[in-house]
Design a protein around this ligand. Structure first.
Ligand code: URA
Length: 239
C-alpha cells in the first residue's frame, strides 16, 4: 500500500505540488471514483488509477531527465568532483544508490542526460547495434565549410579502427551546427570536429532517441519522464 500522491509522483504525473493540484481539480480516479485526497492509501498493484481518463501503472523502474550543466562529471560517485547524481539529491522515490546516468557527457558538455535504475533500457539505448540517434548543438571555433559537412555526414577518421558512421548535419550558421550521430564513442563529437580541422567550443545534447531536452527544464534541474515519453520509448522498442 502507498499514498496516492506518492503513486502519482512515481508514475510521472508531476511533482508533489503539481499532483496536489491535479487531485484538487478532480482529474484523478481510483477504481472509477474521483479521488481528491493526496493521503488516500492505495494498493499500487491492484487498484486502477487514472489521470484525465488514462490509466497510470506503477513503474518498477524510475526514469529522470536531467538538464546537465557544465562543471559536473557524469559518474555515480567521485572523491573530488561534483557528480550529476548530486543534482538529484531531492529524489525520494528510489534510493539514489540504485540510479545511474545512461551514457556519458563530458564535464564541459550540457544537456539531456537520462538517469535511471533500468539497466535493460540503458543497455538498449547505448547498444551500438540499436543506432539510437543523439543530436547535439555544437558551437565551433571557426566557420564550417560545406566540404566538412559532407565529410562529417559520410564518416570521418577519428583515430579508431573504423570511420565514424554516417551522421547528419544541420547548419544553423557558420559556427553553429546540429550534429546527429548514431554511436557514442569517447569524446566523439569533439573528435569528429577535430578530424575536419575545427574545434568544439560549446556542446549541448538536445535529444537521445525519442527523448528531447524540454525547453522549460532549467539547467541543473530534472524531472521524471512523463507518461507520453515512456510511451514513445515503448513504441520505439527501447522500453
Ligand atoms: N561527444 C563529445 O565529444 N562529448 C560529449 O560530451 C558527448 C559527445
Amino acid at each position: 500500500m502507498m499514498r496516492l500522491d506518492k503513486f502519482l509522483c512515481e508514475t510521472g504525473a508531476g511533482t508533489r505540488s503539481e499532483v496536489k493540484q491535479l487531485l484538487k481539480k478532480g482529474l484523478v480516479t481510483v477504481n472509477g471514483n474521483t479521488e481528491k485526497s493526496p493521503d488516500k492509501k492505495i494498493d499500487e498493484k491492484e487498484d486502477v488509477v487514472t489521470l484525465r481518463g488514462e490509466r497510470l501503472s506503477f513503474a518498477a523502474f524510475h526514469y529522470y531527465l536531467l538538464h546537465k550543466p557544465a562543471g559536473v562529471i557524469t559518474a555515480t560517485e567521485d572523491n573530488k568532483q561534483e557528480t550529476v547524481m548530486s543534482l538529484l539529491k531531492d529524489v525520494k522515490d528510489v534510493s539514489l544508490t540504485k540510479l545511474f546516468p545512461v551514457g556519458r557527457l563530458d564535464k564541459d558538455t550540457e544537456g539531456l542526460l537520462l538517469i535511471t535504475d533500468d539497466g535493460d533500457l540503458a543497455h538498449r539505448l547505448l547498444s551500438p547495434k540499436k543506432h539510437v540517434d543523439k543530436t547535439y548543438l555544437v558551437r565551433l571555433k571557426t566557420p564550417i565549410f560545406d566540404e566538412d559537412i559532407t565529410k562529417l555526414e559520410a564518416g570521418v577518421d577519428i583515430g579508431d579502427e573504423t570511420l565514424t558512421m554516417p551522421a547528419k548535419v544541420k547548419k544553423i550558421h557558420g559556427t553553429e551546427i546540429e550534429l546527429t550521430i548514431k554511436e557514442g564513442r569517447y569524446h566523439q563529437v569533439k573528435r569528429m570536429l577535430l578530424a575536419v580541422g575545427n574545434e568544439v567550443v560549446y556542446l549541448k545534447r538536445l535529444s537521445m532517441g525519442t527523448l528531447k531536452l524540454p525547453a522549460d527544464l532549467e539547467k541543473g534541474t530534472y524531472r521524471p519522464l512523463l507518461p507520453e515519453e515512456l510511451e514513445q520509448l515503448k513504441k520505439s522498442g527501447l522500453l
